[in-house]
Design a protein around this ligand. Structure first.
Ligand code: BGC
Length: 495
């Protein structure tokens, strides 16, 4: 039985686990937690910060975000950074993944106007981390485009790639003496699909089957330019690594004996993981099956105006090889069968023609999409090793949510962290995957995008009803600290 299949039936769990005495991790393994600027900082309009698309999206009102909530204040980390640092130290993290708010640093998105107070804020955060022996992993972009750039077309505009590159250079120049792990963009899939196809994330564009491919394309172009800039201008003196964080479910055929389900699974993975990983790690272009599926659907619909999936120009910096490690955000798994989406509809789902199903034996935590499948991580890591030429991998996000009345004694989440780390250990030891680190999502309860504050992912509870936003460790926070402390005191040679 799946290790977590009966997660809900184990009330006796008390966060002390046995049978893992053989589990070991490399001494330099990164034990981290992650957050993002819009989700925790607040201070949305203070000290010269410009608005981002999430400020605009939340302030539009209506039913876009749960109960009309916003990240205006959220955890108030802009004011309370030292409280976050206390949490980081309490966990014993070796690494902390944060994102920079582009419009806090550059209110109009361009380097002509720098917000000195924003620069000072991030310098303090990074300096404090380094002084505490915690290595920062910095994401340049986590869903929060400066509104000024959205007004010029945002990620749909081809010019955005060069503008992102100049923002990235500004960040490498400002912080690269201390930051050695960079993520250019977080989850381009989510920006493209949720932001420009479904319209349920900022900027709320609904142009099915069109905008998402263009946005994904320009994000990849922006990433490639930033990576090449780092490579040419900064790598020699700063010695860091740069990648792009890709989210993907693990997927396997609903009926392993069915060729239709197997083909659908291939498309499912190609349209999520492959969309962004194939150009970086395999060919410099999109997966062939993605391109051909889109072409077939376009023909059926009588769509005439060239390919909806853009082509990379030979005159631009190439994509292939522009990831120094594989940055994976893994949350859940699906069993897959051919799609049920009506063929006459223009849209990503209909192009993909694959439907993900939650296996009834998988427990679902909090939000409906989050089926808890720790061994899916191991399978996905093995797939990444085999498909993408054995890259070094960081799990840059992974977590378990809570919805409803707050439960400080969150035994299920304790069990989840235990199980997922066991799967990681197996991937390292038994499958030979070069896993370099693990970042739990999230350090703190925070603004969970369209779900507002109704969904809690934190290792620390945040009381959003009080102005001081007190942070208190959940039992799972203490458990994660215990896991880190245990494995850091062991060493592993020759994995
Ligand atoms: C995002 C986070 C988000 C988490 C949980 C990831 O897709 O990067 O910002 O909070 O998932 O939904």
């Amino acid at each position: 039985m799946n290790a977590t299949a009966n997660i809900t039936n184990r009330p006796e769990w008390n966060c002390i686990h046995t049978n893992d005495s053989e589990t070991m991790f490399p001494t330099n393994f990164a034990w981290g937690a992650a957050t993002s600027a819009y989700q925790i900082e607040g201070g949305w309009n203070v000290d010269d910060k410009g608005p981002s698309i999430w400020d605009t999206f939340c302030h539009k009102g209506g039913r876009l975000v749960f109960e009309g909530q916003s990240g205006d204040v959220t955890c108030n980390s802009y004011e309370l950074w030292e409280e976050d640092l206390r949490c980081i130290r309490q966990l014993g993290l070796t690494h902390y993944r944060l994102s920079l708010s582009w419009s806090r640093l550059l209110p109009e998105g361009i380097t002509r106007h720098v917000n000195q107070k924003g620069l000072r804020y991030y310098n303090k955060v990074i300096n404090d981390l380094v002084a505490s022996d915690v290595l920062p992993m910095v994401t340049l972009y986590h869903f929060d485009l400066p509104q000024a750039l959205q007004d010029q077309g945002g990620w749909k505009s081809p010019e955005i790639a060069a503008i992102f590159d100049s923002y990235a250079r500004f960040c490498f120049e400002s912080f690269g003496d201390r930051v050695k792990l960079w993520i250019t963009l977080n989850e381009p899939y989510v920006c493209a699909k949720l932001g420009h196809e479904d319209g349920i994330f900022a900027p709320g564009v609904k142009e099915p089957g069109m905008a998402a491919y263009l946005v994904g394309h320009n994000m990849l172009r922006g990433h490639a330019r930033a990576w090449h800039s780092y490579n040419v201008l900064y790598r020699a003196k700063q010695g860091g690594s740069v990648s792009l964080a890709i989210n993907s479910d693990w997927a396997e055929p609903l009926d392993p004996a069915s060729p239709h389900d197997t083909a659908a699974t291939e498309r499912y993975l190609a349209f999520t993981l492959g969309w962004f990983a194939w150009p970086l790690f395999v060919t410099g272009d999109y997966p062939e099956v993605m391109r051909s599926s889109i072409e077939v659907r376009s023909k059926e619909l009588g769509y005439q105006e060239g390919s909806r999936l853009p082509r990379f120009s030979k005159d631009e910096p190439s994509l292939l090889g522009t990831a120094d490690f594989f940055a994976l955000n893994y949350y859940t798994s699906r069993r897959v069968k051919p799609g049920e989406c009506c063929p006459g509809v223009l849209g990503l789902k209909s192009d993909q023609d694959a439907e993900g199903v939650v296996d009834p034996s998988w427990p679902v935590c909090g939000v409906s999409w989050l089926a808890v499948v720790p061994d899916g991580l191991r399978k996905l890591l093995k797939y990444i090793k085999d498909t993408f030429n054995n890259p070094a991998v960081y799990i840059t996000e992974n977590g378990f949510s809570q919805v409803g009345p707050v439960d400080m004694d969150d035994f299920k989440r304790c069990g989840f962290y235990h199980d997922i780390i066991q799967e990681l250990a197996r991937a390292l030891r038994e499958d030979g995957v070069d896993v370099r680190g693990y970042f739990a999502w999230s350090l703190l309860d925070n603004f969970e995008w369209a779900d507002g504050f109704s969904v809690r992912f934190g290792l620390f509870h945040v009381d959003f009803s009080r102005p001081e936003r007190p942070r208190t460790a959940y039992r799972s926070g203490r458990e994660y600290a215990g896991i880190i402390s245990k494995y850091r005191s062991q060493t592993m040679v020759n994995i």
